[in-house]
Design a protein around this ligand. Structure first.
Ligand SMILES: *[C@@H]1O[C@H](CO)[C@@H](O)[C@H](O)[C@H]1NC(C)=O
Ligand SMILES: *[C@@H]1O[C@H](CO)[C@@H](O)[C@H](O)[C@H]1NC(C)=O
Ligand SMILES: *[C@@H]1O[C@H](CO)[C@@H](O)[C@H](O)[C@H]1NC(C)=O
Ligand SMILES: *[C@@H]1O[C@H](CO)[C@@H](O)[C@H](O)[C@H]1NC(C)=O
Ligand SMILES: *[C@@H]1O[C@H](CO)[C@@H](O)[C@H](O)[C@H]1NC(C)=O
Length: 443
C-alpha cells in the first residue's frame, strides 16, 4: 500500500470515529436530510487507489490522491491552492461526506443512501485496460454485493434513494448494452439494475435520467473564511486589461469548428483596441494548454484569467470544461457557445433563470458558418452591464468551489459545491419518492 493510500485509510477511520461522537443533537437541522453511508468492501474504493501508478494509458495518478483527493499543494506555503485532478471528485466527495452533519448509522432512518464507490476509477480498466471488451460488466460486481449483503437496504425503495459520484461525463458510462465490442465507454448507466440510482457526474447527457451534473473541482480549496474572502477581494479588485481570453488547446486542424474560429479571430486581433477610450490593452489572448500542460498547474491560467473580462468556453471533445469553473473563480465572465456547455447542466450551482446575468451566449453556428465576430459581440456590451455581470460571477464563487475538508466553522456556514450537490440530491430523491408514492421519511 502506498503512503498516500495508507494515510487516507487512517484518516477515514479517524473521521468515522469522530463523527460518531459528534453526531448528537442535530435533529431539527437534519429533518428529511439524513444520509447513510453504505459500507462497501475495499475493492469498491480503497483498493482502487493501491495501484495508482499502474493504470493503463495514464500517467501516474498517485500524486493526485494526496490530501484526500485535492492533490499536492501548488507550493509549500499555499493554504488553498492544490494540483487537483477533477477525476478525484469521488475521493473529495467521500471525505466530505464523512463530515456531513446528518449522517445516520441506521439505513432504515435515512432519507438517502450514499454509495462510496469510486466508479470512474474502476471504469479505467474498461475504458483503457484489459477489460475493454467487457464494458457491459462495469458495476455488476457492485450490484451483486448490494443484492447479497443486507439486500433490504437496496430494495426498500427499489434503490430510488441511492446515489453515488461518477467523476467523468455520463457519456462515458452510457454505451448501449447491445454494442459489443463497445465503441466507447462502459454501460453502467444503461444497466437496468441501476436505472433508479442518482449519479453525480461532471457532465450529464442531453436527456438525463439517472444523473445530474456537478461542478468540476478547481484547484482552489480554502480552509477558512479569511482565505476565501481575501481571494474574493483579489478577484474583485483585479485590473482587467484583456477583453477576451481562451485557455485551452485544439483548433489547429483545418476542419471548421468553434475552437478554430476562436484561434483565427484571436490571432488576428493581437493589436490593441482601436478605440483609444477602451479599457483594454489587449483584445484577445490565448493561453496554450495543449498536451495537458495546464492540467495540474493552475498558475498558468489563473493569473491570465484574473486579468481578463471574458473567458471563452468552447466545447471540445465533450460540451463541458473544467475551465468554466476556473474562470468563474477568477471573476472572468464565461462566454458559452452552446447550452450543453453549462446552462443545461449545472442547474443546482448555476441558476438557470438568471443565466444571462452572469454569462454571455454566442451560438457557435453563427461564429463558424455565418461570420459573427466574438470580439465585436463582446465589445458591444455596455461597461455598466459588464460590471454587474462580473458582480454576479463573483457571487457564484462560494457555491462552485469545493472547500477543504475540515474547514473552519465560519466557512462551513457558506454553502459550497458539495453542500449544493447534497441539497440537490436530497430534493431529487424526495420528489422521486413522492411521485412514486414510496414512504418518505417522517423524521
Ligand atoms: C496491485 O498490483 C499488484 C501487482 O500487479 C497485484 O498483485 C495486486 O493484486 C494489485 N492490488 C489491487 C488491490 O488491485
Ligand atoms: C516542501 O516541504 C517539504 C517537507 O517539509 C520539503 O521536503 C520540500 O523540500 C519543500 N519543498 C520546497 C519546494 O520548498
Ligand atoms: C477486443 O476485441 C477486439 C476485436 O474483437 C480485439 O481486436 C481486441 O484485441 C480486444 N481487446 C482486448 C483488450 O482484449
Ligand atoms: C426501479 O423502479 C421501478 C419503478 O419504481 C421498479 O419497477 C424497478 O423494479 C426498479 N428497479 C430496480 C433495479 O430496483
Ligand atoms: C483580420 O482582420 C482584418 C482587419 O480587421 C480583417 O479584414 C480580416 O478579414 C481578418 N482576417 C481573418 C482571417 O479573420
Amino acid at each position: 500500500m502506498s503512503k498516500a493510500t495508507f494515510s487516507f485509510h487512517v484518516a477515514l477511520v479517524v473521521a468515522v470515529v469522530l463523527l460518531a461522537v459528534c453526531n448528537a443533537g442535530a435533529s431539527e437541522e437534519c429533518r428529511k436530510r439524513w444520509i447513510h453511508i453504505r459500507k462497501l468492501p475495499p475493492m469498491f474504493n480503497l483498493d482502487l487507489l493501491v495501484n495508482c501508478s499502474e493504470y493503463p494509458m495514464l500517467e501516474d495518478l498517485c500524486p493526485y490522491l494526496g490530501n484526500h483527493g485535492l492533490g499536492q499543494k501548488t507550493h509549500n506555503r499555499s493554504h488553498s491552492w492544490y494540483r487537483t485532478d477533477p477525476s478525484m471528485l469521488e475521493l473529495i466527495f467521500h471525505r466530505r461526506m464523512l463530515e456531513y452533519p446528518c449522517l445516520t448509522q441506521d439505513p432504515a432512518l435515512a432519507d438517502a443512501i450514499y454509495l462510496p464507490y469510486y466508479a470512474a476509477l474502476d471504469a479505467l480498466r474498461y475504458l483503457y485496460g484489459p477489460d475493454a471488451n467487457s464494458s457491459a460488466q462495469h458495476g455488476l460486481h457492485l450490484f451483486h454485493f448490494l443484492q447479497h449483503d443486507n439486500p433490504q437496504i437496496f430494495h426498500r425503495r427499489m434503490s430510488h434513494d441511492h446515489f453515488l459520484v461518477m467523476a467523468r461525463p455520463a457519456w462515458d458510462f452510457s454505451q448501449p448494452l447491445s454494442n459489443d465490442p463497445p465503441i466507447w465507454g462502459t454501460s453502467f448507466l444503461e444497466l437496468p439494475h441501476f436505472f433508479n440510482l442518482t449519479a453525480l457526474t461532471l457532465e450529464s447527457r442531453a436527456w438525463p435520467w439517472q444523473e445530474h451534473a456537478v461542478p468540476y473541482p478547481t484547484s482552489f480549496h480554502p480552509p477558512n473564511l479569511g482565505l476565501l474572502e481575501s481571494w474574493l477581494s483579489r478577484a474583485r479588485r483585479s485590473k482587467r486589461s484583456v477583453l477576451a481570453l481562451f485557455a485551452g488547446g485544439g483548433g489547429v486542424s483545418a476542419a471548421p469548428n468553434i475552437r478554430r474560429s476562436i484561434r483565427t479571430e484571436c490571432e488576428n486581433a493581437t493589436s490593441s483596441a482601436s478605440d483609444s477610450d477602451s479599457p483594454y490593452d489587449t483584445l484577445c489572448q490565448i493561453v496554450d494548454c495543449s498536451n495537458g500542460v495546464c492540467e495540474h498547474d493552475p498558475i498558468r491560467f489563473m493569473r491570465p484569467m484574473l486579468q481578463a473580462t471574458f473567458c471563452l468556453q468552447p466545447p471540445g471533445d465533450t460540451p463541458t470544461r473544467r475551465s468554466t469553473f476556473d474562470a468563474i473563480l477568477a471573476g472572468c465572465i464565461p462566454v458559452f457557445f452552446e447550452d450543453l456547455s453549462a446552462k443545461a447542466q449545472y442547474g443546482w450551482h448555476l441558476p438557470q433563470p438568471e443565466f444571462e446575468d452572469f454569462s454571455v451566449f454566442i451560438p457557435k453556428e453563427e461564429v463558424v458558418f455565418k461570420g459573427m465576430r466574438i470580439l465585436d459581440v463582446l465589445q458591444r456590451i455596455p461597461r455598466a452591464r459588464v460590471r454587474t455581470m462580473r458582480e454576479r460571477v463573483l457571487e457564484l464563487i462560494p457555491g462552485v468551489l469545493y472547500r477543504k475538508h475540515n474547514a473552519s466553522p465560519g466557512l462551513r456556514e457558506k454553502k459550497d459545491a458539495f453542500d449544493l450537490a447534497i441539497d440537490g440530491v436530497l430534493d431529487k430523491i424526495r420528489s422521486r419518492l413522492q411521485d412514486l408514492d414510496m414512504g418518505v421519511s417522517v423524521l
